[in-house]
Design a protein around this ligand. Structure first.
Ligand code: ZN
Ligand code: ZN
Length: 413
C-alpha cells in the first residue's frame, strides 16, 4: 500500500454503514422503475445526497439527479450511476424481489445507485482529506440510450460544473470481487436499424398478381449475414443480429409489407458506417431484384457510442484499485460487445474511466457448469436475465471502488 489515494480510500470506507446501504439496495431492488420513470429512485438518491451535504437538484434531463459538493481547489470529478430498470419479469425468488409487475432491476442499476450514494456520503464525511469538486449524477434511461445525452442537453455542466474527469462502473457477471479495467476501448457501439419492405398484397393462390414481401424479407435476412461474414475484416469485431421480422396475418394472404428490426455492434465508427452502407445497399438490391413497387425504407434508430477509456485516467484508477483490493483482482478483459450511453456524458472531450465490478455470488459461480472462466461466464445469469442477482457482499466493495477512483483523481493531502 503506497499511494495516498489508496490509503485515504481505505480510511474513508473503513466504517461504511453497510446494513443501511444493504437496506437501501433491497428497497431499490423491490421498486424498479423503467427508463425516464425513475421518480421514486431519483427521490431516494436525492434524499441521501442532501443528507450527505450535497447541493442537490432533481429533474435534470427528465428524471436525472445531480449533487454538487465544492471542497476547495482541485479537479472536478463526476461520479455516475444509472438508475433505470428493465421490462423483465423477475424470477430470482429473492425475498426482496421486484414488487413491480413485469419490471426488474436486471442490469444492476439499483446496485450502482447504492454504490454512488455510499461513495458520496463517505467522500463528504471525509472531505478534510481531499480537495476539489464532486459532481454526483443519478442518470435516467441508460437502457434506452436517452439519459446521459438528455442530462447534458439540459445544461448539466452549465448549471453545476463542467467536470475534468468522469467515472462510472457497472455490475457484471463473474465471481464477486474482481475489477476488470481496459485502458482504451471497453464497450462497443450499438445501432438499431429498421427496414420496411414494400410489396404488393393479394391472394395467396395468385402470387403472380403480387410482389411478396415475405420472400424478399427472407432473402434479406439471409443476405444480411454476409455483412459481417463477407464484408468485415477478420481483425474487426462486429455483430449483426436480426431480432425481429414481422409480416402478414393469415395463411392465404400475401401481405403488402414486411418489417425487419436489427441491431449492430461495432468497435469503430468506420466499420459502423461501412455496415450501414452495406445494409442500405442490400435492402435496395433485394427489393430491386423482387420488383418491389417502392424502395425499402431503412431507418437508423437508437445509437450508443463506443466507450473508450482515457488511458492515463483509467490506468490511475486501476492502479489504486489494485492497491486497495489486490493486484490480482484488476485485469484487462478486452472490449465487450455490450454498449453504454455513459460516453455521452463526455460531451465530446472529457476524459473518463469506466470499469466493471463482478457480482456473481461465489456459491452460484462454484455451482456453475464448466471449468474455466469462459464456460462459467456462459452458465451464470447475465445482465438482463430474469435470474440476475448480484451478491449483497458487493455493496461495500462497489462503494470503495468509487471512493478510490474519485480520490485517484482529486487532490489528496
Ligand atoms: Zn442493461
Ligand atoms: Zn446496465
Amino acid at each position: 500500500m503506497t499511494s495516498a489515494a489508496a490509503r485515504t480510500a481505505l480510511d474513508l470506507t473503513a466504517g461504511l454503514p453497510v446494513p443501511s446501504l444493504e437496506d437501501f439496495y433491497r428497497d431499490l431492488h423491490r421498486h424498479p422503475e423503467l427508463s425516464m420513470a425513475e421518480h421514486r429512485t431519483a427521490g431516494r438518491l436525492a434524499e441521501r445526497l442532501r443528507t450527505a451535504g450535497f447541493e442537490t437538484v432533481e429533474g435534470v434531463g427528465g428524471t436525472g439527479v445531480a449533487g454538487l459538493l465544492r471542497n476547495g481547489d482541485g479537479p472536478a470529478v463526476l461520479l455516475r450511476a444509472d438508475m433505470d430498470a428493465l421490462p423483465v419479469r423477475e424470477e430470482t425468488g429473492l425475498p426482496y424481489a421486484s414488487e413491480a409487475d413485469g419490471v426488474m432491476h436486471a442490469c444492476g442499476h439499483d446496485l450502482h445507485v447504492t454504490w454512488l450514494a455510499g461513495a458520496a456520503a463517505a467522500l463528504a464525511d471525509g472531505r478534510e482529506t481531499w480537495s476539489g469538486t464532486l459532481l454526483v449524477v443519478g442518470q435516467p434511461a441508460e437502457e434506452t440510450g436517452q439519459g446521459a445525452a438528455g442530462m447534458v442537453a439540459d445544461g448539466l455542466y452549465e448549471r453545476f460544473v463542467r467536470p475534468d474527469v468522469l467515472l462510472g462502473q457497472h455490475a457484471a457477471p463473474g465471481p464477486a470481487g474482481l475489477y476488470p479495467h481496459a485502458p482504451g476501448l471497453i464497450m462497443s457501439a450499438s445501432t438499431d436499424v429498421d427496414i420496411v419492405v414494400h410489396g404488393r398484397g393479394g391472394h395467396g393462390s395468385r402470387p403472380e398478381a403480387t410482389v411478396d414481401p415475405v420472400v424478399t424479407a427472407a432473402y434479406l435476412v439471409t443476405r444480411l449475414q454476409t455483412v459481417v461474414a463477407r464484408e468485415t475484416a477478420a481483425a474487426e469485431s462486429a455483430v449483426l443480429t436480426v431480432g425481429r421480422i414481422e409480416a402478414g396475418t393469415r395463411h392465404n394472404i400475401i401481405p403488402a409489407e414486411a418489417r425487419i428490426a436489427l441491431n449492430l455492434r461495432t468497435q469503430s465508427e468506420a466499420v459502423r458506417q461501412r455496415m450501414l452502407a452495406a445494409i442500405r445497399r442490400i435492402a435496395l438490391g433485394e427489393c430491386l431484384a423482387a420488383g418491389c413497387p417502392k424502395e425499402p425504407e431503412v431507418t437508423v434508430g437508437a445509437t450508443f457510442p463506443v466507450t473508450v477509456n482515457d488511458m492515463e485516467t483509467d490506468r490511475r484508477v486501476a492502479a489504486v484499485h489494485g492497491e486497495v483490493f489486490g493486484a490480482a483482482t484488476v485485469f484487462d478483459p478486452g472490449p465487450a460487445m455490450g454498449s453504454e450511453d455513459f460516453p455521452q456524458l463526455a460531451a465530446g472531450s472529457i476524459p473518463y474511466s469506466y470499469w466493471f465490478v463482478t457480482t456473481t455470488p461465489h456459491a452460484v459461480w462454484e455451482a456453475a457448469e464448466g471449468e474455466g472462466i469462459p464456460d462459467k461466464l456462459q452458465a451464470v445469469p447475465s445482465n438482463h436475465s430474469p435470474h440476475f442477482a448480484p451478491d449483497l457482499s458487493t455493496v461495500a466493495p462497489g462503494v470503495r471502488t468509487l471512493v478510490a477512483g474519485a480520490l485517484a483523481q482529486l487532490s489528496v493531502a
